[in-house]
Design a protein around this ligand. Sequence first.
Ligand SMILES: *Cc1c(COP(=O)(O)O)cnc(C)c1O
Length: 372
Amino acid sequence: MQPPQTSDLNLSSRILLGPGPSMVAPRVLRALSQPPVGHLDPEFLTIMAEVQELLRFVFQTENELTIPVSGTGSAGMEAALCNFIEPGDRVLVAVNGYFGERLVDMAGRYGAQVDRVDRPWGEVFTPEEIETALGEASYKLLAIVHAETSTGACQPDIEKIAAAAHRHDALLVLDTVTSLGGLPVEIDAWDVDVAYSGTQKAISCPPGLAPLTVGARARDVLANRQTPVANWYLDMTLVTKYWGSERTYHHTAPVNMNYALREALRMVAEEGLEARFARHRQHAETLWVGLEKLGLPPRAPEAYRLPTLTTPQLPEGLNEAAIRKQLLEEFNIEIAGGFGPLAGQIWRIGLMGFSARRENVTLLLAALKELL
Ligand SMILES: *Cc1c(COP(=O)(O)O)cnc(C)c1O
């Protein structure tokens, strides 16, 4: 067999304003390209400890079990479900967009009896609705998405939803993939039992790790399982033996991704959470005003609109795919279309982490003005 013909990598440095990945700061890329060390090298053990400390800081938690799961955000989602679900357990999922649907799909695969409480895509839940849905059934777990990347809606009142779950003896699992690092996420103050995220959205690190944090209630559930965790790779009873003091080999940690995550999290810490959230908000507001002027008003009401992901409502008959293609080819800018029930109706414009900069907003608005 002949080797395939390929050429040297020469990628365009795109302006990434889609739903992820977001742009990555040069210092994070430099960290990523450091030489690998062994996954038990003393230098790497120090890096691991620092990554954990920094993750606790962004999650605003004291949870000891706070680690970057190997894999993208979806691996975090799997880990947040498979460790706490045993076959036959009842699980409630709040669904108001694509990632809620994915939670339903995953929970079912681990043998849960899944019930759902639905809202149309783009809307959010009231804590009362969730409490009613919890009803008399004994649910092991309630899962909900904080920042729905398919719709641009931010679920408010997580603290009240957590309290409702706990009144019904259920754990609260929270998807913070598009919120962590871009808007307030307060795991301890809100009393969230399990939360997961991804590195490539508002943390602005390449895709490949999934921050996960597990509180005391959820750790008890894990410790008292009757059956082994159905997913070997994501089994926290095993993975924690590597991240904990035993340092027992489980799988080779993606060492370079951990260098990069450490650097991206150091940037979050240096900026400060409040300043970082304010920056996301400020540039998002500029984007919203500009989109309104172009006749593309954000679809999510301002009361629960995400700063990290804006979903402009497109006028009927607009060839939205052609405009996105031109944005990419002529302006080097990536944005995304809608999908599911919102396909063709919205765009999805991300302003996350290192992408959330004034120059990017200005350029995008100018490009859209020209193309429309
Ligand atoms: C992106 C995303 C995920 C999945 O993350 P991947 O890194 O694509 O695996 C899960 N939930 C939400 C809300 C997301 O935006």
